[in-house]
Write a protein that binds this ligand. Structure first.
Ligand SMILES: Nc1ncnc2c1ncn2[C@@H]1O[C@H](COP(=O)(O)OP(=O)(O)O)[C@@H](O)[C@H]1O
Ligand SMILES: [Mg+2]
Length: 265
């Protein structure tokens, strides 16, 4: 399958298909094993990852950010970014306007629910949301979900949490029932969060059913828009095969059963 890069709108929440060119590089170097640079494109800031910084880093980001957005888990805008110095295509995650600082995000995630007797718990949505992100990460084999991989968009009354960093996922699953999350940050942080808010199995199943229902034409479209530098033709074919056969259906089934019996929690 050859890459076909078309134009798309710059609307918020979209994955931009046309590569953008860096116009500047910021001196900051945020923590993270895959971040190569923080770049500017016009007035916007992008956190950029290189495909050379780890196995399938950019392809994972592209596929799973696209899938998350498609099934309703909000993610920052993302696009391919050309590093003018080397010609390399980087995965760029756009710094989101109005994002709260890390401390505020962590406070939101780790403060015990405090139900108001009149209006109830104002953060009741958080339990469902975190259960959905957990199920999504286990599906993706993402072993690195932790408290700093969320962005908070403040708003009153509605706040929004974006999940980012799908770099440590599995592009191709070893077996439909292989979920390599034991003792990973995804599992340990998931458990830590579930001490505060109980796991919402129905919301988790809902996101998994949405994944199962994604049409193969949609996966083909995600795949064909991955820059050639990030994925081999062989890998493209293997991912396509996983989605066109029974693997995804079997995977969702195994995952739901592991969430129900607690073995994947
Ligand atoms: N879209 C973004 N908006 C704001 N900060 C970001 C964004 N993407 C990455 N960062 C910052 O860069 C750090 C590393 O990014 P991350 O995607 O977690 O990379 P890694 O795969 O190396 O862990 C994050 O902890 C955060 O501080
Ligand atoms: Mg990270």
């Amino acid at each position: 399958m050859k890459s076909t890069r078309g134009t798309s709108s710059l609307a918020t929440g979209q994955g931009e298909l046309m590569p953008l060119a860096l116009t500047g590089i910021r001196p900051s170097q945020p923590q993270g094993q895959h971040i190569k640079l923080v770049g500017e494109v016009g007035g916007s800031v992008y956190y950029c990852k290189s495909a050379l910084n780890g196995k399938d880093v950019c392809a994972n980001e592209w596929i799973y950010s696209s899938l998350a957005r498609h099934v309703g888990i909000p993610v920052p805008d993302f696009c391919p970014i050309i590093d003018y110095r080397t010609g390399e295509t980087l995965f760029g995650s756009k710094e989101t306007w109005g994002t709260a600082d890390e401390f505020e995000v962590q406070t939101l995630l780790t403060t015990p629910p405090n139900a108001d007797p009149v209006i109830g718990d104002p953060f009741a949505w958080l339990g469902s949301y975190l259960s959905q992100v957990y199920a999504f990460d286990v599906f993706a084999g993402n072993v690195d979900r932790h408290l700093r991989n969320f962005l908070l968009i403040p708003g009153s009354p509605a706040r929004r949490l974006l999940a980012y960093d799908f770099a440590s996922s599995q592009l191709i699953h070893r077996a439909s029932d292989h979920f390599p999350i034991a003792q990973t940050r995804t599992q340990l942080v998931g458990r830590q969060l579930r001490k505060l808010r109980k796991f919402d199995i129905e919301s988790a199943i809902e996101i998994l059913e949405r994944i199962r229902a994604v049409p193969i034409s949609q996966i083909a479209s995600f795949l064909s828009s991955i820059p050639d530098e990030w994925i081999t033709e062989d890998q493209r074919g293997q991912v396509y095969e996983q989605w066109s056969g029974d693997v995804v259906t079997e995977r969702v089934k195994a995952l739901i059963s592991g969430l129900r019996d607690g073995s994947l929690l």
